[in-house]
Design a protein around this ligand. Structure first.
Ligand code: ACO
Length: 325
C-alpha cells in the first residue's frame, strides 16, 4: 500500500457577507445571542445563480495550482456536498466540465458535514492501492438554498463556500490513520425531509417548508462533542500517537461551544483548534476543507506538523484523520 498525502489546497468563499445585524432584521434574534451561543459573526452567501460546482471549480483551480498539477492530469474527482447542482449528474461531473479534467473519474459523496473527511478517505484508498495516481477532493456547499430564512433556530448557523485538496502518493508522512463512523438510527436529528424519492416535491411539501434543513440542535450538540472526541481518540490510537502530539486540529465548524467542549474532553489546548466559524459559520463539508486550506496558506500548519481532521454531521456520520504534514 502506498502512503498518501496532500500536496495542494484551495478555497473559495463567495463575496456577499451576511452579518448578525442583517439577521436581526430577518428573524427574532440578536448579535449577542448568535455570538455567545455559536461563535458566528458573519457568513458568506452566493450570488444568484452560483451553484456548488461553481464554488468547487474556483477552489479546485487554486488547489491544482498549489499542487502544480494540470487538470488533464487528474485521475479522480470526488465532490462532497449536500447541496449538489442537481440530483444528477453529479456535481463532480460539472466540476470536471468546468476544469476540463477530461481524464478524471468523477462522483459525489453524501456525508453532510463529515463529507470532506469521507471524500479524503475514499480518495486515499484508490491511490494507496495504485488504482489512481492522484485525486482532487472538494467540499462545496450552497447551504443558503436549503436554509429556512424564517427559522431562527437554524438560519443563523449556515453559510456557503468551498475548499479543495489534491492527493498523491508520498514517500514519507502523509495520512497516518483514518476513522469513519455512521449511525443511521439517528437520521431524524438532522434532515432535509423533502425533494428526494421519500417525499418528492409537491405544492404541499413546499407549503410545509420541507425543503429546508430540519435540525434538533440541542441533541446534536451533545452527540457532536462525544463523537468528535471519540473519533479523534480512535484516529490517534491507530496512528500510535497521543493528544499531546497534535499540532493542529482542523475540525468541522458547527458551533464554537462544541469545539471548546471537545477540547476539554480531550485535554487539548484550545489554541490548537483552527477556527474560521466566526467568519463563515457552518458550511457543512466546506468547513473542514476551507479551514485546512486557511491553516496551510497562513503557514499555521508547517512541514512535519501532526494535523487532525475531525468532523461530524447529519446521518449521523463522523470521521477523523491524522496527517503528518
Ligand atoms: N436567536 C435567539 N434565540 C434563539 C435562536 C436565535 N437565533 N435560536 C434559538 N433560540 C432560542 C430557542 O428558541 C430557545 O428558547 P426557549 O428556551 O425560550 O425555548 C433558546 O434559544 C435555547 O435554544 P437551544 O436550542 O436549547 O439552544 P442551544 O444552546 O442548544 O443552541 C444551537 C442552539 C446553536 C443550534 C446548538 O444546539 C448547536 O449548535 N447544535 C449542534 C448543531 C450541529 O452540530 N449540527 C450538526 C452539524 S450541521 C450539518 O450536518 C449540516
Amino acid at each position: 500500500m502506498k502512503k498518501v498525502g496532500i500536496i495542494g489546497v484551495g478555497e473559495y468563499l463567495p463575496k456577499n457577507v451576511l452579518t448578525n445585524a442583517d439577521l436581526e432584521r430577518k428573524v427574532d434574534t440578536s448579535d449577542e445571542w448568535i455570538i455567545t451561543r455559536t461563535g458566528i459573526k458573519t457568513r458568506r452567501l452566493v450570488s444568484k445563480g452560483q451553484a456548488a460546482s461553481d464554488l468547487g471549480i474556483n477552489a479546485a483551480k487554486k488547489a491544482l495550482k498549489d499542487a502544480g498539477l494540470a487538470a488533464e492530469e487528474l485521475d479522480l474527482i470526488i465532490v462532497a456536498t449536500i447541496t449538489p447542482d442537481m440530483q444528477f449528474p453529479s456535481t463532480a461531473c460539472f466540476v470536471q466540465q468546468g476544469l476540463k479534467a477530461v481524464n478524471a473519474v468523477c462522483f459525489d459523496v453524501s456525508a453532510a458535514c463529515a463529507g470532506f473527511v469521507y471524500a479524503l478517505v475514499v480518495a486515499q484508498q484508490f491511490i494507496a492501492v495504485g488504482t489512481y495516481k492522484n485525486a482532487l477532493i472538494i467540499g462545496s456547499e450552497v447551504l443558503s438554498t436549503i436554509t429556512d430564512w424564517k427559522d431562527r433556530n437554524t438560519c443563523v448557523l449556515f453559510g456557503d463556500g468551498a475548499g479543495a485538496a489534491v492527493l498523491v502518493p508520498v514517500k514519507s508522512g502523509g495520512i497516518l490513520s483514518t476513522v469513519l463512523g455512521s449511525d443511521g438510527r439517528l437520521n431524524e436529528l438532522l434532515q432535509l425531509p423533502a425533494g428526494g424519492s421519500r417525499n418528492p416535491a409537491t405544492h404541499k411539501s413546499v407549503e410545509e417548508r420541507l425543503h429546508y434543513i430540519k435540525m434538533r440542535g440541542n441533541e446534536l450538540f451533545k452527540l457532536a462533542v462525544k463523537l468528535m472526541a471519540g473519533a479523534a481518540q480512535d484516529a490517534l490510537k491507530l496512528a500510535g500517537l497521543e493528544c499531546k502530539d497534535i499540532d493542529w486540529v482542523i475540525p468541522h465548524q458547527a458551533n464554537i461551544r462544541i469545539l471548546m467542549s471537545m477540547a476539554k474532553k480531550l485535554d487539548l489546548p484550545v489554541e490548537k483548534i483552527y477556527l474560521n466559524i466566526d467568519k463563515y459559520g457552518n458550511m457543512s463539508s466546506a468547513s473542514t476543507a476551507t479551514a485546512l486550506c486557511e491553516a496551510v496558506k497562513s503557514k499555521s500548519i508547517k512541514k512535519g506538523d501532526i494535523v487532525l481532521l475531525d468532523a461530524f454531521g447529519g446521518g449521523l456520520v463522523w470521521g477523523a484523520c491524522v496527517i503528518k504534514w
